[in-house]
Design a protein around this ligand. Structure first.
Ligand SMILES: O=C[C@H](O)COP(=O)(O)O
Length: 249
């Protein structure tokens, strides 16, 4: 049976004192009915993983290189992330695709590296506002999904996060029908490619998820959790989102 996933992406936020939030979240959900993942910046991975070792929280990174090691100044590899005690890594976030010109092929290679290192790969997809306005959302999502998801993907090692670029950090959220359309589309495409395991590949929605809108989003068919940015930075906001997901399960 699939366990839904509440994932927090701290992005480029957080210093050591921010780790207090991990304890607060773990204390509020001692036996959660869903999986909980926090992805802090790389500087905090080792400490966050150590602090969470005996808690229901898992820790993930926000990116990895596609190579296991080598001359890539400033990058970290999937084996290094695993060595730090983390269990997951986000790949292909739109901020990486935009800021670092990452292509679908790059994202696919990173996801393959994550799988090879035994990490859960959270593969992000999302259309821009211009693409939505042009009516090409499903074409964009279909191409990203096909190009970014490796053949090694299955329900145990892969999560897909649908994050409309225009909804990230803006307070704007697609309407429920729009979320349902894209999630149904992703599920159908995964089923066509991967067969029966696709029904258990978790599909997360991301983009301005807050305590006030979480329950409505989690009621949508084929929404198996959320990838949360700003509202994951503190327990006061993230904990009600976790609770909403538990209630929807
Ligand atoms: O990875 C998380 C997403 O980019 C969503 O960020 P947000 O919840 O701050 O809109």
């Amino acid at each position: 049976m699939m366990r839904k996933l509440a994932a927090g992406n701290w992005k480029m936020n957080g210093t050591r004192e921010s780790l207090d939030a991990l304890q607060a979240i773990a204390s509020a959900h001692p036996e959660p009915g869903v999986d909980i993942l926090i992805c802090p910046p790389a500087t905090l991975l080792l400490q966050a993983a150590a602090l969470s070792a005996d808690s229901p929280l898992s820790i993930g990174a926000q990116d990895c290189h596609s190579a296991a090691s080598g001359a890539h100044t400033g990058d970290i590899s999937a084996p290094m992330i695993a060595d730090a005690g983390a269990q997951a890594v986000i790949v292909g976030h739109s901020e990486r695709r935009l800021d670092h010109h990452e292509t679908d092929a790059d994202v696919r290679a990173k996801a393959e590296a994550a799988h090879a290192a035994g990490l859960l790969a959270i593969i992000c997809l999302g259309e821009t506002l211009a693409e939505r306005d042009a009516g090409s959302t499903l074409d964009v999502i279909g191409a990203q999904l096909e190009g970014s998801t490796p053949d090694s993907g299955d329900s145990a090692n892969t999560v897909i996060a649908y994050e409309p670029v225009w909804a990230i950090g803006t307070g704007k959220v697609p309407d429920i029908a729009q979320i349902a359309e894209v999630h149904d589309f992703i599920r159908d495409r995964l089923t066509a490619r991967f067969g029966s395991t696709a029904s258990d590949i978790r599909l997360l929605y991301g983009g301005s998820v807050k305590p006030a809108n979480a329950a409505e989003i989690f009621a949508v068919r084929n929404v198996d959790g959320a990838l949360v940015g700003g509202a994951s930075l503190n327990a006061a906001d993230f904990s009600p989102i976790i609770a909403a997901l538990e209630s929807a399960t």
